[in-house]
Write a protein that binds this ligand. Structure first.
Ligand code: SF4
Length: 508
């Protein structure tokens, strides 16, 4: 019988969440480095360079890899020969106490992203609780925890289907990818659950993402069973789609495909996909009664020798003087370095703005979009001498339905976000000769270094969703939809899908 103290469990959860907020797992770093060196698409290679550079900066600065510091998911296996000392809480309450402690740590405060009353007021709970906790009671005298902080952008792209037993599941999986867009911030992993019942398949998909990346080893030794065959087949077919890092077109869309399966009903073939993004954040620990868990960070030499710098020929843009005539010169895929003032706004702020406009009311003082750009972001609060915490872009498609109103009624001329735009937004951009620029999802700390000042100008009650004014200097972005409505997320993958068949396999 092992005795485990409640406080050791809580402290271990808090420490694990701090640890994964700024350290990528080594297997992810290794796999991304391989993909970076093999990449032939300049835009995708640049995106991966930003993600790798951001990763090293976060490890050194102990600040979050991404502004979305995730919703906590824990898989807890409790040994039958474990007794708890001083335990006044349930295990779920202990996990939540650890989440609260980890997310509110003053030295590295993490963004609280969880909202209660999801179909109603959607009020932020303020401390990122509650976590989603899954249990198993198993033989043994240890407590085993696998814990992740799952980004919303990648979670939103999850898919589930009940296939017929004779249906081709590889075909179904591969067909989903082009419709998932780039809001899941590839390159990352696909977690796939097959079998059981509907809810079991989804749970298996999530649990599979807790495993290390080992596709290179799997390919080297060859598959030993049907699941491993499927992993390789799906990996190759998905990467042949040419979607690439951030959907810009390229060779690496997934770094691995994980599959867990389970027996199912003779009439059923449930299949679920959950993607994991560039902010791969998970860790495993065990408690054996000897105290709180300890975590070993990657060494600095584990980080690939990749240091992103803006290309010397990147176009510099002054946001305070830019005109529509300037916008018309910008080409899809072109890198820009933005300097000057930007307003921010994401889901909740857009809803309020559009509601105010519908009622014929004025926007709050300081919210003047005339001739200006909006950045879709919900930053992490600053610590120490920062002006703002990590502040990478959020998925732009969620703002698509507001775009026509924003462009037609506020004088806005451009937007900055991540991933592609939908048809309705692209039509509005073309109609108003506006532009959409993308920053790299998963490079939030690097992006935040371009922000020289930050102040809240409206909707302070929305917390990270408030409208801020940022002053930026040389903020790196890519022209994703130009003023004629040409989208790099359509052009890039189509080109790379064609080229992939022509590119010989590189040994790295
Ligand atoms: S990398 Fe992208 S999907 Fe992942 S947490 Fe960050 S913004 Fe969200």
């Amino acid at each position: 019988m092992t005795t485990i103290r409640q406080q050791d469990f809580i402290d271990s959860i808090a420490d694990a969440l701090q640890f994964i907020s700024y350290y990528h797992p080594k297997d992810y770093l290794d796999a991304l480095a391989v993909a970076y060196h093999a990449e032939e698409s300049p835009a995708a290679k640049d995106a991966m360079a930003q993600i790798l550079t951001n990763s090293r900066m976060c490890a050194q600065g102990h600040r979050p890899l991404c502004q979305d510091t995730g919703i906590v998911v824990a898989f807890v296996r409790v040994g039958m020969d474990v007794r708890w000392e001083d335990a006044s809480m349930s295990i779920t309450e202990m996990v939540n106490a650890g989440v609260r402690k980890g997310y509110l740590l003053p030295d590295n405060i993490l963004r609280a992203s969880v909202v209660a009353d999801p179909a109603g007021k959607r009020k932020n709970t303020g401390d990122n609780t509650p976590a989603v906790v899954h249990f198993d009671i198993v033989p043994g005298n240890k407590v085993d925890v696998r814990i992740a902080a799952k980004g919303g952008g990648s979670e939103n792209k999850s898919k589930m289907v009940m296939l017929n037993p004779s249906d081709d599941l590889v075909e179904w999986v591969v067909n989903q990818l082009p419709h998932m867009g780039a809001g899941w911030c590839p390159p990352g992993m696909l977690g796939i659950g097959i079998g059981g019942t509907a809810e079991k398949a989804v749970l298996l998909a999530k649990e599979s993402l807790m495993e290390n990346i080992d596709m290179t080893e799997l390919k080297a030794r060859g598959p030993k069973n049907r699941v491993e065959e499927l992993r390789i087949e799906i990996f190759d077919k998905v990467n042949a789609l040419g979607i690439g890092a951030q959907g810009l077109g390229g060779l690496a869309t997934v770094l691995d495909v994980k599959i867990l399966d389970y027996p199912t009903h003779a009439a059923s073939k449930p299949v679920a996909i959950i993607p994991n993004c560039a902010a791969t954040r998970h860790v495993h620990f065990e408690l054996d009664g000897s105290g709180a868990a300890t975590f070993t960070p990657p060494k600095l030499e584990d980080y690939p020798d990749v240091h992103w710098h803006a290309a010397a020929d990147a176009r510099r843009v002054n946001l305070d003087t830019v005109t529509r005539a300037d916008l018309a010169q910008w080409q899809p895929g072109e890198t820009l370095l933005l300097s000057g003032k930007l307003l921010t706004g994401r889901d909740a702020a857009h809803k309020r703005i559009v509601d105010l406009l519908a009622k014929g009311e004025k926007l709050p003082p300081g919210v003047d979009f005339n001739g200006r750009f909006i950045y879709y972001v919900g930053p992490v609060d600053p610590v120490r001498d920062e002006v703002v915490g990590p502040a990478g872009p959020t998925t732009a498609t969620r703002m698509d339905k507001f775009t026509e109103t924003m462009l037609a009624q506020t004088g806005l001329i451009g937007m900055v976000g991540k991933a592609e735009r939908g048809k309705v937004a692209i039509e509005a951009i073309k109609k108003h000769a506006a532009v959409y620029l993308m920053a790299i999802g998963g490079a939030a700390y690097l992006v935040s270094k371009a922000i020289r000042s930050s102040r809240v100008v409206a909707f302070a009650d929305l917390g990270m969703e408030a409208i801020y004014e940022f002053e930026v200097e040389d903020m790196p972005v890519t022209v994703a939809v130009d003023s004629q409505g040409r989208s790099v997320h359509e052009i890039g993958p189509a080109e790379w899908k064609k080229r992939i068949g022509l590119i010989p396999i590189k040994q790295v």
